[in-house]
Design a binder for this molecule. Structure first.
Ligand code: TYD
Length: 180
């Protein structure tokens, strides 16, 4: 009797209903809403959105598949209480590669490669921004519910940071990334 109640309960029906819904649909959004990037050392990375008849969407990032490096570190920025005033970043890296995903809310990122400057919006959890070495970047205009998730190609190393803008320009010239 107890078994019958469990077998026929709506809960049990819904637990198995996905078998009735047909195959999984994996749908990377066909429409690219992000602008073309004019700066060097940056590109958009779109990861799949899996919508499979359950509530919610599942997005997946995999190293050397849709993330173009081995992921040694993941960190995230959240709890942006003074989000109107906050500016983060304001540095470049000598070697580090990163992909940034805004997995909740939105923020803006100003990218500067020594010549071009471009401001972009990060607002879709399945669209990441790859930032390679030698890219000056500033994250700002955070929504207060913003969560910025970053996958990085290496462990934290303060030596890899260039935090002073004049040092950054010198670095670009030294590495022959831009002419004097
Ligand atoms: P920083 O990279 O300057 O933050 P943001 O670019 O978001 O402004 O790092 C802020 C502080 O956190 C700094 O003292 C270094 C420390 N930190 C770590 O200890 N480990 C990490 O992986 C990161 C990213 C930062």
């Amino acid at each position: 009797m107890v078994n019958n109640i469990v077998k026929n309960s709506p809960m049990r029906a819904s637990m198995f209903a996905d078998t009735l819904l047909g195959p999984k649909i994996t749908c990377p959004k066909p429409v690219k809403i992000h602008p073309e990037l004019r700066v060097c050392h940056a590109r958009w990375i779109e990861i799949p959105e899996i919508v499979d008849g359950k509530d919610g969407i599942l997005s997946v990032a995999e190293e050397r598949k849709n993330i173009p490096f081995n992921i040694k570190r993941v960190y995230y920025i959240y709890n942006l209480l003074n989000h109107h005033d906050v500016q983060r970043g304001k540095h470049a890296h000598k070697t580090l590669e990163q992909v940034l995903f805004c997995i909740n809310g939105s923020c803006r990122i100003t990218l500067h490669d020594g010549l071009e400057t471009q401001e972009v919006v990060l607002s879709r959890p399945n669209v990441g921004l790859y930032i390679g070495p030698s890219m000056w970047h500033v994250m700002h205009s955070f929504e207060n519910n913003c969560i910025l998730l970053v996958m990085a190609s290496d462990y934290f190393n303060e030596e890899d940071y260039i935090r002073n803008y004049d040092d950054y320009l010198e670095h670009l010239q030294r590495e022959s990334i831009i002419d004097e």
